[in-house]
Write a protein that binds this ligand. Structure first.
Ligand code: RTP
Ligand code: MG
Length: 143
């Protein structure tokens, strides 16, 4: 299978818990490569735009407030089947339902503060990557 890219966020709760390195280790151990990365503190406008598909949902205000509560790490992950693989590494949205050994089982406190984001399809991955990174900021493997 060809290489695929997905977009990932380590959310403010996980950054505050000081587990960026531990989470990067999970990605790398699963064969995903970090090909772009930066720390950002999202503005309200950035968070609202990123989660625009959820703007009519009852949890939208709380989601935006949480996502702007502290810095996040945003990254592009590259590898075979990267979208699905990252979702498997993350576990279910609600940590109470996440399988043992997944990021959300290990690091998330609740469905509202659930440690990480991962694109849910190749199309959303392309849109989300472009939301945060220019082409020049992405450094694919060369060796
Ligand atoms: P994400 O987009 O953050 O990777 O999470 P996801 O695909 O697993 O879940 P999604 O349905 O896209 O929801 C986005 C975020 O909104 C919050 N949420 N709260 N209270 C609720 O019922 C509820 N449902 C979703 C979660 O924080 C979820 O990550
Ligand atoms: Mg989602």
């Amino acid at each position: 299978m060809a290489l695929e890219r997905t977009f990932s966020i380590i959310k403010p709760d996980a950054v505050a818990k000081n587990v960026i390195g531990a989470i990067y280790n999970r990605f790398e151990s699963a064969g995903l490569r970090i090909v772009a990365s930066k720390m950002v503190h999202l503005s309200k406008e950035q968070a609202e735009g990123f989660y625009a598909e959820h703007s009519e949902r009852p949890f939208f205000g709380a989601l935006v407030e949480f996502m702007t509560s502290g810095p996040v790490m945003v990254q592009v992950l590259e590898g075979e089947n990267a979208v699905v693989k990252n979702r498997e590494i993350m576990g279910a949205t609600n940590p109470a339902e996440a399988l043992a050994g997944t990021l959300r089982a290990d690091y998330a406190a609740s469905i509202d503060e659930n440690a990480c984001h991962g694109s849910d399809a190749p199309e959303s991955a392309a849109r989300e990557i472009a939301y945060f990174f220019s082409d020049e900021e992405i450094c694919p493997r060369t060796r």
